[in-house]
Design a protein around this ligand. Structure first.
Ligand SMILES: [Zn+2]
Length: 375
């Protein structure tokens, strides 16, 4: 018999979904989550987030850190999820269907990304308290602004975190799936500068920025350029009129790779091609880039994975290890030295209005979390 209280779990899920919580606008849900953690008897603090971040995002909320002191021997463990959703996320409502499916009204995302993670953590904590289950120190970290390259978690001071292992509940797919690797994500912007000229009277006096861009782009592969790496050019903007030789073209894009240094060198190659094409035509380029998250890979033999395997077995789950091409707070936690894997928590078709979950998946995720917390 599962110890999970299905009604309580679905009620909490639906209530949390009902809060507007787009990135940098998590205040209402943040206050609710903080109060709920306090009501469960955890020691909760919202200190520890850079005050500048909070000044910049007055409708946002700080990282929420909570501790449930251990009642048994064992290494402390960190459980994490995020507060924010992508848009369209205003006016969300969770519709629970007869067959156990849970969907939005169709004009917003559902927000199971990441309310599914929040509800798994809360239900597990509730059951542990209720049944007095023995557990090591359990740390909980709920971040804001994860959907914008983990902006929130990056602004948290981790010096007081005790755990060496963490589970981020924030992944699509069947419960029992875990992401052991995720890529570096580097975004870039390239501005090609040529010279404007009238397209009819004296086009030869112009330097066509679009032609420079085309020349550079023609030999750059996009999509999966190798097994571990993707390249995309996402926006192209430029020109001032149909009858003007385009003076500037601005292109943005990104590189993802499971190998951080490879991601950097692919980005460099792209910049070099633009530079060469511009020089050949008498133009110029200016480039900029941001390293958003860093690639990680956790070994299957690690403690963090072994604990997960044991808990999944106790839950009766089939396990599956994947490499994801998406980033998460897990990238950042690994980067700062907390061995972290990302677990499926009950979310499908995320970042679309067709996003859904099921009551069954929420229950399974909560059961898995209980077993992880109580080993
Ligand atoms: Zn997420």
């Amino acid at each position: 018999m599962s110890a999970v209280n299905k009604e309580r779990l679905v009620k909490r899920f639906s209530e949390y979904v009902g809060y507007d919580s787009e990135s940098f606008h998590e205040k209402a849900l943040g206050e609710r989550v903080r109060n709920d953690l306090q009501a469960l008897g955890l020691t909760v603090t919202t200190e520890g987030t850079d005050p500048d971040y909070l000044r910049e995002h007055p409708e946002g909320f700080p990282n929420i850190y909570a501790l449930l002191p251990g009642t048994a021997q064992g290494d402390p463990l960190l459980f994490a999820a995020h507060l924010d959703t992508v848009s369209p996320g205003k006016g969300k409502e969770a519709l629970v269907k007869e067959d156990g499916g849970i969907v939005s009204k169709g004009d917003t995302v559902l927000g199971a990304d990441d309310v599914s993670g929040l509800s798994a953590i809360f239900e597990a904590l509730s059951v542990i308290k209720e049944k007095n289950l023995p557990h090591p120190d359990i740390e909980v970290l709920i971040s804001p602004a994860e959907e914008v390259f983990c902006e929130g978690a990056k602004k948290f001071d981790f010096t007081s975190i005790r755990s060496k292992s963490a589970y981020v509940l924030d992944l699509t797919g069947p419960i029992g799936r875990a992401a052991l690797a995720a890529p570096s994500i580097i975004s870039f912007s390239i501005k090609v500068n040529g010279r404007a000229a009238h397209a009819g009277f004296e086009p030869e006096k112009g330097i066509n920025a679009l032609n420079i861009a085309v020349e550079a782009l023609k030999d750059i592969k996009t999509g999966h350029i190798d097994k571990d790496t993707t390249v995309n050019f996402g926006t192209i903007r430029g020109g001032t009129g149909k009858n003007v030789v385009p003076e500037t073209i601005e292109i943005t894009g990104e590189v993802r790779s499971m190998d951080h240094s490879h991601a950097l060198s692919v980005k460099d190659e792209i910049f070099e091609r633009f530079d060469k094409a511009a020089k050949n035509a008498g133009g110029k380029v200016s480039v900029s880039f941001s390293e958003h998250v860093k690639a990680y890979r956790v070994a299957q033999t690690s403690d963090t994975v072994e604990k997960f395997l044991k808990a999944a077995e106790e839950t009766g789950l089939k396990t599956e290890f994947i490499e994801t091409f998406g980033g998460s707070d897990g990238n950042y936690y690994n980067e700062i030295g907390i061995e972290t894997i990302v677990l499926a928590s009950g979310m499908e078709k995320v970042h679309t209005t067709a996003e859904f979950t099921t009551v069954d998946a929420l229950v399974r995720a909560a059961e898995l979390t209980i077993n992880l917390m109580t080993i």
